[in-house]
Design a protein around this ligand. Structure first.
Ligand code: ADP
Ligand code: ZN
Length: 616
C-alpha cells in the first residue's frame, strides 16, 4: 500500500508539472495582444498582411512580420475594411461548448483516474491480485504437510476429511454429498492455524490463497467488496482450492447499528457472505477463516453453508510441546543428551510459534559458539531471551507502584539470600510478565520429594518477605502480596494437616479443609469442629511466628532493602551474580561500620516467585 501511495504522489506531482508546462507553452506561442483601435488604424494604413478569425478573436501578421492578437466586438462590419485593405482573410467557426469545457472534462477524468488508482483498480482489467497479498502456494518449496504440524491432533483429524473432499471432489459431487464450504479456526496467535490451512492444501495438492482480513478493509468504499469478488472469481477458476482468510474478525466483526465508519467493512462482509452462499457444489472452494476473537464475529458468518464448522486450536499442553519440539528439532543437530521433555516442562504457555522461535534461537546460540550440536545450555539461553521478549516492558506502571514492587521483590530476595536451606536465587525482576509464566512459581516446591521443616518454614518466610519489606518502608499494606500470603498459608496448612510436622497437632493426616464444599462441611469432614479450630490456630501461629522472625531479620537489614531496591529500580532485572555483588558491598560496609554482621548463612538461596502482581 505504501508503494502505491508513493506512486500516487508521484503521479500528482507529474500532473502539476504538466499543467505548468502547458501554461508556459501557451504563453510562448500566443502572440502579444493589441488593442482594437490600433488594429483599425494599422488596417487603414494597409499594414496588415493576413488575419485569421476564430470567434471574436483575430490573429494577424503585419508587414514587418510581427504577429499580434486582438478581439473584435463586431466581425461582420469589419469585413469590408479588411477586404478594402487587401488583407488575406481566413476563418474558423467559434469553439464549440465541448472544446470550452475541455479543461473541466480533463479534470474529471484525472480525478477519477487517481481515485481508481488509489483504490487499487486499473482501467485495463483488475490486476489487484498481482501484488504480494495474493499468494499461490502450490509450489513444492513452500509446501507444508500434516507432518509439519504437531500437538493439535484432534483438530488435525477433523481436517483430514477436508483433504479427502478436495482430493476426491468428483466422487463426492457424484454422490451429491454436501461438501463443507467454510471452516473457522479459532485460537491464540501462533498456535498453527495458518500452518494447518497450508498443510491441508499441501496434503491435497491444491492451490492455497492466503489473505489477511485487514487487507480487505481499505480507505475507499467498495474496494473491500470488489476484492472479495476478485478473490472468489480467481478461486473458482482454480478450484478445487483453499482460500485462507487470516484475522477474519477484521471484516467479519459484528455489524454495527448504523455508524457510517463501518459501512465499508459491512459492504465487504456482505460481499463475502454473498460469495460463500453463491458457489455451487461443483466448485470445490474451501474457505478457512482464522481468528483469535470468535466472540466479536458476526453471527451471520457462522450460519449453515458458511463457516458452519468451528474448530478451536489451543495452546499446546506438555505432550503437545514435546511433539512440536520434535518437529522443529528435526532439521537441527541436537546433542544426544538433550531431553525434549525437560525443555517442554520449562516452557508452559509457549505457543507453537514460540517453540519454533526457541529452537531457532537455540541453534543460533550453539552456532555462535561453534558447537557441533545444540545443547541444553543453548536452550536455556534461548528461553531466557524469548521470555525477556514476552515481558511487557512497557506495561503502564506508575513510579510509585514501581517503587513498591522493587521493595517487595527486594524483601523476597533478601530473606531468600539470608536464610539457610532455601532454593537458590536465579533472578529478581520488577518487570511484569505474562500470566503464563506465573505458572512456574511453585515448581521448587513440587520438584522435591521430601522437604525439611526448616525448608518449609523458610519458604513461608521468603513468601512473607515481600509484604513485610513493603510495610517496613511504606507503612502500608498493598494487595500485591495476596498471592504470596495465600501460598504461605497453603504451605503452613499442609505442614500441619498433611505432613504432620506440627507438634501441637501431631502426625495425624487430616483431609484438607478446602476439599469440603458448602453443605458437605458438616458431614464430609474427617475431623471435628474442635480439631478444625485447632488446625486454624496452629496454621495462624506458624504464619505469625514466621512473620515476626522475618520482620526482625528484615528490620535488622533495613539498609540492604533500600540498596537492593534501588539497584532493582535502575536495572529492572538482576541475576544471582549481581545480587552477590550487592550483598558483598553491604557486608563490607557493615564491617567498616563495625556493626554486627548480617545474619549470614550458606550460599544456598531461594528461588523466589518471580511473578508478582502489580499492587492495585
Ligand atoms: P497462527 O496462524 O495460529 O497465528 P501460525 O500457523 O502462523 O500460527 O504459526 C507460526 C509458526 O509457528 C508456524 O509456521 C510453525 O513454524 C510454528 N507452529 C505453530 N503451531 C505449530 C504446531 N502445532 N506444530 C508445529 N509448528 C507450529
Ligand atoms: Zn511477592
Amino acid at each position: 500500500m505504501k508503494n502505491r501511495f508513493q506512486a500516487g504522489l508521484l503521479l500528482i506531482f507529474l500532473s502539476i508539472l504538466g499543467v505548468l508546462g502547458y501554461n508556459v507553452w501557451l504563453s510562448e506561442t500566443t502572440p502579444p495582444e493589441q488593442n482594437y483601435t490600433d488594429f483599425l488604424a494599422d488596417l487603414k494604413n494597409k499594414q496588415i498582411v493576413a488575419v485569421h478569425i476564430s470567434g471574436s478573436e483575430i490573429r494577424g501578421e503585419d508587414r514587418i512580420g510581427r504577429k499580434f492578437r486582438t478581439f473584435s466586438p463586431d466581425i461582420p462590419t469589419l469585413m469590408p475594411s479588411l477586404l478594402a485593405a487587401g488583407t488575406t482573410v481566413s476563418a474558423e467557426p467559434p469553439p464549440s461548448l465541448f472544446v470550452q469545457l475541455n479543461p473541466l472534462i480533463f479534470l474529471v477524468i484525472f480525478v477519477a483516474a487517481l481515485w481508481r488508482f488509489f483504490s487499487g483498480q486499473s482501467f485495463t482489467g483488475s490486476k489487484i491480485w498481482q501484488d504480494k497479498r495474493f499468494q499461490f502456494r502450490a509450489e513444492p518449496a513452500d509446501m507444508k504437510t500434516f507432518a509439519d504440524v504437531a500437538g493439535i491432533d484432534e483438530v488435525q483429524d477433523e481436517l483430514k476429511e477436508i483433504v479427502d473432499f478436495l482430493k476426491n471432489h468428483e466422487k463426492y459431487n457424484l454422490l451429491g454429498g454436501r461438501i463443507p464450504k467454510g471452516v473457522l479456526l479459532q485460537g491464540p496467535p501462533g498456535t498453527g492455524k495458518t500452518l494447518l490451512a497450508r498443510a491441508i492444501a499441501g496434503e491435497a495438492l491444491v492451490p492455497f490463497y492466503l489473505i489477511g482480513g485487514s487487507d480487505f478493509v481499505e480507505m475507499f468504499a467498495g474496494v473491500g467488496a470488489s476484492r472479495v469478488r476478485e478473490l472468489f472469481k480467481l478461486a473458482k477458476k482454480n478450484a478445487p482450492c483453499i482460500v485462507f482468510i487470516d484475522e477474519i474478525d477484521a471484516i467479519g466483526g459484528r455489524r454495527s447499528n448504523g455508524s457510517s465508519s463501518h459501512e465499508e467493512r459491512e459492504q465487504t462482509l456482505n460481499a463475502l457472505l454473498v460469495e460463500m452462499d453463491g458457489f455451487s457444489s461443483n466448485e470445490t472452494v474451501i474457505v478457512i477463516g482464522a481468528t483469535n476473537r470468535p466472540d466479536v464475529l458476526d453471527p451471520a458468518l457462522l450460519r449453515p453453508g458458511r463457516f458452519d464448522r468451528q474448530l478451536t486450536v489451543s495452546l499446546p499442553n506438555l505432550h503437545g510441546r514435546v511433539k512440536i519440539l520434535e518437529v522443529h528439532t528435526r532439521p537441527v543437530t541436537i546433542s544426544p543428551a538433550l531431553n525434549l521433555t525437560v525443555i517442554a516442562q520449562g516452557i508452559p504457555g509457549f505457543s507453537g510459534a514460540d517453540i519454533a522461535n526457541l529452537v531457532n534461537e537455540a541453534a543460533l546460540t550453539a552456532a555462535r559458539q561453534k558447537k557441533q550440536a545444540v545443547e541444553m545450555s543453548d536452550f536455556d539461553q534461548a528461553k531466557d531471551k524469548i521470555m525477556m521478549g514476552l515481558e511487557q516492558k512497557n506495561a503502564a506502571i506508575n513510579e510509585k507502584e514501581r517503587r513498591i514492587i522493587a521493595y517487595h521483590e527486594a524483601g523476597h530476595a533478601i530473606v531468600a539470600r539470608l536464610l539457610p536451606e532455601t532454593d537458590s536465587l536465579h533472578k529478581i525482576t520488577i518487570i511484569p510478565r505474562g500470566i503464563a509464566l506465573g505458572l512456574t512459581q511453585q515448581i521448587p516446591i513440587e520438584q522435591r520429594y521430601t522437604y525439611s521443616l526448616t525448608y518449609l518454614l523458610n519458604r513461608i518466610k521468603v513468601l512473607l518477605g515481600g509484604r513485610i519489606a513493603e510495610t517496613i518502608v511504606f507503612h502500608h499494606l498493598s494487595t500485591g502480596a495476596a498471592n504470596d500470603i495465600a501460598a504461605a498459608t497453603d504451605i503452613a496448612s499442609r505442614l500441619v494437616c498433611e505432613w504432620g510436622m506440627s507438634s501441637a497437632i501431631g502426625s495425624t493426616v487430616y483431609r484438607r479443609k478446602q476439599q469440603r464444599f458448602l453443605g458437605s462441611a458438616e458431614t464430609g469432614g474427617t475431623f471435628s469442629e474442635a480439631t478444625a479450630r485447632e488446625i486454624d490456630l496452629e496454621v495462624r501461629r506458624i504464619i505469625n511466628d514466621c512473620y515476626a522472625e522475618t520482620e526482625k531479620l528484615l528490620r535488622s537489614n533495613n539498609r540492604l532493602i533500600h540498596e537492593l531496591a534501588e539497584v532493582l529500580l535502575i536495572n529492572e532485572t538482576i541475576d544471582a551474580e549481581e545480587m552477590e555483588i550487592v550483598m558483598q558491598c553491604y557486608v563490607n560496609s557493615q564491617k567498616s561500620d563495625k556493626q554486627g554482621p548480617a545474619e549470614q548463612a550458606q550460599i544456598d538461596q531461594s528461588d523466589i516467585d518471580k511473578t508478582e502482581e502489580i499492587p492495585a
